[in-house]
Design a protein around this ligand. Structure first.
Ligand SMILES: [Zn+2]
Ligand SMILES: [Zn+2]
Ligand SMILES: [Zn+2]
Length: 329
């Protein structure tokens, strides 16, 4: 029997249709190569002149370990105020002012987040935290969206592993929906409660350490979806303690290792969520890890209701069995 589950963050229903499923290898297919020739990669050391000058670099003098550059084809740019213009009854527009940056995860062309050392994952997260703090102090901006697209099916156009940071002059719908979810929740904090409740039952936990807990959420809309919750309650990544931020970076790495061990090479999106900079009201920053194993088809596009063929309890069990951190300890 399929089941409806409510996503308390967004207020949306999800269909868990596990009887139609779907062993892990049912999804395996080759990951499309993004770009074959690393010698022409704009993100490799030695090719720095192929990008605009760096906004920030991290690493020893004379070299870099993490590099932040402006996106050559920005979705948001400039500092015009968000002035809404209306042309007739249904044509409303505003300048897409803001910031669009690329954060190169490491000098290594072929090392994705799953291959980063603890130190490098920590440095990437420190850089993200710094950049979001910088965005937050920029007049006219309200929210920063941090993402990683890995693999062409997930939207990556360059192979060299990188994140993107988009500083925006409005609060996007998905984040506004989550803010409403926190506000609607009658307990103390929705995600602190999720962490407690999942510890109580245990079977949707993928991994856990003193900084972060990773679960396949009860309301997973996509197979092997994971939610990474820092244990310390903070609304904003840019105000969270550096050790907690670094811990989430390690958790992302470990989840990606488990994911690949479970389903094979796979494209994925990593999506960070934090409160809008000046929001009052509850929020708890977190990271969604969304493997690209299925395509949103007509029903999902028509209704906004996902159908998930893998029950999150089964997904978590499989991922946990492939958790290298547990095996090592
Ligand atoms: Zn490269
Ligand atoms: Zn919380
Ligand atoms: Zn979220």
């Amino acid at each position: 029997m399929s089941q409806l589950r409510l996503d308390p963050l967004t207020g949306r229903w999800v269909v868990i249709a596990a009887e139609r499923a779907a062993r892990p290898d049912a999804f395996v297919r080759p990951v499309l190569e993004v770009q074959a020739d690393p010698s022409r990669c704009p993100f490799c050391p030695g090719n720095e002149e192929a990008t605009p000058p760096a906004l920030e670099t991290y690493g020893p003098n004379g070299g870099w370990l993490v590099r932040v550059v402006p996106n050559l084809y920005p979705a948001f740019a400039g500092d015009e105020p968000m002035a809404v213009s209306t042309f007739g009854p249904v044509f409303t527009q505003a300048p897409a002012s803001g910031i669009h940056e690329v954060l190169v995860l490491s000098p290594e062309h072929s090392v994705p987040w799953s291959g980063l050392s603890d130190a490098q994952a920590g440095l990437v997260m420190a850089a993200i935290r710094d950049r979001v703090a910088e965005h937050a102090s920029t007049a006219g901006l309200r929210y920063s969206q941090v993402i990683v697209n890995s693999g062409r099916e997930a939207g990556a156009s360059l192979e060299h592993p990188h994140a993107q940071l988009l500083g925006m002059p409005f609060v996007p719908r998905e984040v506004a929906d989550e803010q409403a979810g926190f506000a609607r929740f009658e307990g103390n904090c929705l995600l602190c409660t999720v962490a407690d409740a999942e510890q109580g039952v245990g079977h949707r936990i993928v991994q856990e350490d003193e900084r972060a807990i990773v679960v396949c959420p009860y309301w997973s809309g996509t197979p092997y979806e994971m939610l990474i919750i820092p244990k310390a309650h903070d609304a904003h990544i840019h105000r969270a303690a550096p050790l907690d931020v670094a811990g989430v970076g390690r958790a992302i790495r470990d989840c990606l290792v488990s994911l690949e061990a479970t389903v094979g090479p796979v494209a994925y999106n990593v999506v960070f969520h934090a409160a809008p900079y000046r929001a009052s009201g509850g929020f708890h920053w977190h990271v969604h890890l969304l493997p690209k194993l299925t395509t949103r088809a007509g029903f999902e596009l028509g209704t906004g209701v996902p159908i998930n063929l893998v029950a999150p309890e089964d997904a978590a069990g499989a991922l946990r069995a492939n958790d290298q951190t547990a095996a090592a300890s």
